[in-house]
Write a protein that binds this ligand. Sequence first.
Ligand SMILES: [Zn+2]
Length: 351
Amino acid sequence: MRHALQVAKVRGIPIRVHWSFGLLVILVVMVQVGSGTVAAMGAVLWLVLLFASVVFHELAHCLVARRRGIDVRDIVLLPIGGASEIPDLARTPEDELHIAVAGPLSSLVLAVILGAVSVVTGGRLWPPTLTAGGLLVDLAWVNVVLAGFNLLPALPMDGGRVLRSVLTRFRPEPRATAIAVRVGQAFGFAMVLFGVFVDLWLVLIGLFVLFGARSEGRAALVHSALGNRRVGDLPMTRPVILPAWMPVGDAVGSLGNLPGLTVVVVHQGSYLGLLTSERLATAAHDVAIGSVADRGAPLLDPTAPLFPAALDAFGRARSRSLAVGTDGRVSGMVAAGDVEAILHRTAAVPG
Ligand SMILES: [Zn+2]
């Protein structure tokens, strides 16, 4: 996720804090500062402990994912909770079930430990409280709420993932996802409606669930459409390859005006980057094409999966075509249009 600052690294998993979290800290301090510096500092400490609980929960997801061989990019903390960036949709319903359950389970375990310690040290767990039972008791109940809330059967919450993976035992996967998305949207809608009368925070979380369910549904559709296809399965065209030292004027002269053309630029036979005809048309004629080429354009490996690797690459690319090759040797070009064609053909993914 962009705009997030790395604050720690646990077992190689970067933990980042989204910038909007800073706003929350400022907000809490502003609200509390009227009651004195100690109150404000106490509120910030409470916030830190709250989010430590969220990190604990997210780490449980990540560590289980990793143990099952699924790559984890990072954990991002947002004002409304944490998000683990597990780039592949979990490979099997079985994986998804285990990864999803790990979070709420870890929160419950943490709650029990905190509760036990607080009882031993003289705290009172009953009646439940989030604000008046002392730090340990409050924190124990916060973790119970965290577990319970995440178990709501609404995608993209953990409970929604559990629901989906259980549904796949009775229904084909796209159908199971569609049902879980519908349930998620219904819950999100109810939260927003209910929140309007009760609590603004609930409206925010409801919106998160509402939009999260939608994008989750889309991602699952795209995943099932692209399936196990790889970059090498796409129709490949012959690349136009030019050396990096060639002046722009010469390149324009030899290519002529070809709108939509993407040229591969190589340095000593090795892939350097891409150059679109539009960029070529606006560049000064006496500079080398290597200096105006887009060097950030990736060279796609033919064995890379279309989802999510190639899709991500196309999403970030400045051109509609990308080069394919291995070890810097370019073997062909693939077009974003061909990926879109598969999506439109196999799943009714709106454009
Ligand atoms: Zn979770």
